[in-house]
Design a protein around this ligand. Structure first.
Ligand SMILES: *Cc1c(COP(=O)(O)O)cnc(C)c1O
Length: 356
């Protein structure tokens, strides 16, 4: 899978005991590289993944090329249209350039689409489509091997609430095709306006060419730190989602625009926060702290000891006011992904412990 594929695949692989092989994306367009996918396929490959679009920069992977490569190799190909599946068709209808990405593309064997993204439904109901009915049946589970009621499940969860299904159904029926057309158009217009507005703010730049209303904004100016910008925006009532640097892709802020985003207010907050962030400058993170964290033997530490360490470096977990996330994000950004993961798991564990 491309480096930009959603961690949901890593989580599934983690549970199923499957190895994930990552291929880099193009450093300018952030789209998956079909040649790299072809080179990565081996006789042990069970699935090729591509995104329509990928979340981090909202860009479309070359689905047709990748699916053809997978088909040639006799490997299943899943298209992750979780974020794009419910908005791309309307955008295409409105004349936007949307390359083929669905089950009509030869070689695509399955596709996922989240109703809780651009379907505007509550979380808890989602969609996976299979090109082949025999493959779809493999997703179902039945057991008659006990003396109780016979089990038949369509999902990993067994007993599950019909509430989210009913809510998704009601949302889809209520908005209807016309509602989604309108929401897609206004969300994409908001994204266009955001891109235009970002271009007018010195130091800021949009990453790639998003096909859906997802916009990633980075800073080319070392004096303008995106994590500080996010904190300044939060102080003004806005949450700008930080994305850490990864495999040469710079740290950035991610915006998911919807059909009801007040983009003018968002742009005003962005411009104001950028100015304040430039004035404040980047956070002061001692370089030996990053080294010390990397050398830390977390397995030998209790939650109480880890909580004490956080306190010692100035991260107040139960203090008053808002934590300075720019400091935390800058530290995490300087660390390799495995260390980021280990620290975050420790952090979560402390939050749920009596160490505070
Ligand atoms: C949201 C999303 C997913 C699924 O994540 P959930 O946490 O289950 O919502 C998968 N892929 C992409 C591209 C997404 O944007």
């Amino acid at each position: 899978m491309p480096a930009t594929a959603h961690p949901a695949f890593r989580k599934a692989a983690h549970y199923l005991g499957v190895d994930v092989v990552t291929v880099p994306v193009d450093p300018e367009t952030f789209r998956a590289d079909p040649d790299a996918v072809r080179d990565a396929i081996t006789p042990r490959t069970i699935l090729v993944v591509c995104s329509a679009p990928s979340y981090p920069q909202g860009v479309m992977d070359p689905v047709e090329e990748i699916a053809a490569i997978a088909a040639d190799a006799g490997v299943l190909c899943h298209v992750d249209a979780c974020v794009g599946g419910w908005v791309l068709p309307w955008l295409r209808e409105q004349g936007r350039d949307v390359p083929p990405f669905d089950l009509s593309v030869p070689g695509v064997t399955s596709l996922s689409c989240d109703l809780h993204k651009y379907g505007y439904a509550p979380k808890g109901a989602s969609v996976v489509l299979f090109a082949d009915e025999a493959l779809r049946r493999r997703a179902y589970y039945a057991s008659a091997e006990w003396p109780g009621y016979t089990v038949i499940n369509a999902t990993v969860q067994s007993s599950r609430s019909a509430g989210p299904l009913a809510a998704a159904w009601a949302t889809l029926r209520t908005l209807g095709a016309d509602g989604y057309r309108e929401l897609a158009a206004s969300a994409m217009a908001a994204a266009d306006r955001l891109r235009e507005g970002v271009a007018a703010i010195p130091g800021l730049r949009v990453l790639g060419d998003p096909a859906v209303p997802l916009v990633a904004v980075t800073s080319d100016d070392p004096a303008l730190d995106v994590f500080v910008l996010a904190d300044e925006a939060r102080a003004r009532g806005w949450f700008f989602q930080p994305q850490l640097g990864y495999q040469g892709i710079p740290a950035n802020l991610h915006f998911t625009l919807t059909g009801v985003t007040d983009v003018e207010a968002l742009l005003a907050a962005l411009a104001e926060a950028a100015e304040a962030a430039r004035e404040a400058g980047p956070p002061d993170v001692p370089s030996d702290l990053v080294d010390a964290l990397q050398a830390l033997d977390l397995d030998a530490m209790t939650d109480a000891e880890f909580a004490g360490l956080l306190q010692a470096v100035g991260v107040e977990l139960d203090g008053p006011g808002e934590p300075e996330m720019a400091f935390v994000n800058t530290v995490l950004n300087a660390l390799p992904p495995a260390t980021r993961e280990a620290l975050l798991i420790r952090f979560l564990s402390v939050l749920y412990s009596d160490a505070l």
